[in-house]
Design a protein around this ligand. Sequence first.
Ligand code: NAG
Ligand code: NAG
Ligand code: NAG
Ligand code: NAG
Ligand code: NAG
Ligand code: NAG
Length: 221
Amino acid sequence: MRVRGMALQLTIIGLLVAAATAAPEFPIGKPGCRDRCGNVSIPYPFGTKPGCYYDAEFLITCNDSFNPPKAFLTASAINVTEITLQGKLHVEKYIAKECYNASGRTGRFNPKFTLAKFIISDSDNIFVSIGCDTVASLSGNLKEAGSAGNEYEVGCTSFCNSFKYVPNDTCSGIGCCRTSLAKGVNRFALSVASQTNHSAILDFSPCSYAFIIEEKKFNFF
Ligand SMILES: *[C@@H]1O[C@H](CO)[C@@H](O)[C@H](O)[C@H]1NC(C)=O
Ligand SMILES: *[C@@H]1O[C@H](CO)[C@@H](O)[C@H](O)[C@H]1NC(C)=O
Ligand SMILES: *[C@@H]1O[C@H](CO)[C@@H](O)[C@H](O)[C@H]1NC(C)=O
Ligand SMILES: *[C@@H]1O[C@H](CO)[C@@H](O)[C@H](O)[C@H]1NC(C)=O
Ligand SMILES: *[C@@H]1O[C@H](CO)[C@@H](O)[C@H](O)[C@H]1NC(C)=O
Ligand SMILES: *[C@@H]1O[C@H](CO)[C@@H](O)[C@H](O)[C@H]1NC(C)=O
């Protein structure tokens, strides 16, 4: 049980990636522009300086003090791990997390992000929660719907009272929940909450997690 519990956490943190899409006009960087940052290639409309990118939303900040150098979207802390020629941007994202011990809640992190010119790809990504006393939600905006009446909410709930009942190959509500995203989400906030403070399950499931991940990178085991 403990080994499986630890494996769940490593799977999340090690593979956490979300994809955002943009329309490329050139297959590679413009002439005279840097087209790599460490392991990440930088095709137009992305670029590392004015004249190289389409507009400032497509700025890739390359930090050479890392080895290999690390790429960030604009000047943010959003780590870019891959930019494909189809204009998909793969980024590392934060995990919503909430943990308890016998005294009560010990930690909570509910991240938010806005992708002004990008949307989360509904065909590449899923919303996942992991935990045994876990009510997770994603609230945000649908970029295409205009400014009013475009709020978006999706939820995932997972419970269990023993790891014994958590299946290895499905993520359907027992210790794990997955659901699809709507088209066109560009601003969103993730949150996790609990119903009973994990009180009966603290020994094997003290924490809940929620995140967006590429479906093909997600393995629940
Ligand atoms: C970068 O590429 C090298 C060689 O292909 C690989 O060993 C390394 O793990 C990669 N690093 C990252 C951060 O992806
Ligand atoms: C690069 O990363 C280092 C270490 O995190 C940081 O101190 C530095 O300010 C960064 N440089 C730029 C240009 O962002
Ligand atoms: C992005 O990279 C920085 C520098 O390596 C790291 O401190 C930070 O945790 C990374 N962010 C995410 C969301 O993984
Ligand atoms: C719970 O964690 C808090 C700090 O995060 C600590 O002060 C407290 O002693 C812990 N309670 C138990 C029962 O371990
Ligand atoms: C899940 O896999 C582990 C090891 O691969 C195995 O020990 C366990 O019995 C499996 N659990 C279920 C519910 O199939
Ligand atoms: C959960 O903990 C809070 C304080 O941290 C407490 O007020 C509440 O009654 C607890 N709920 C349950 C169901 O144990």
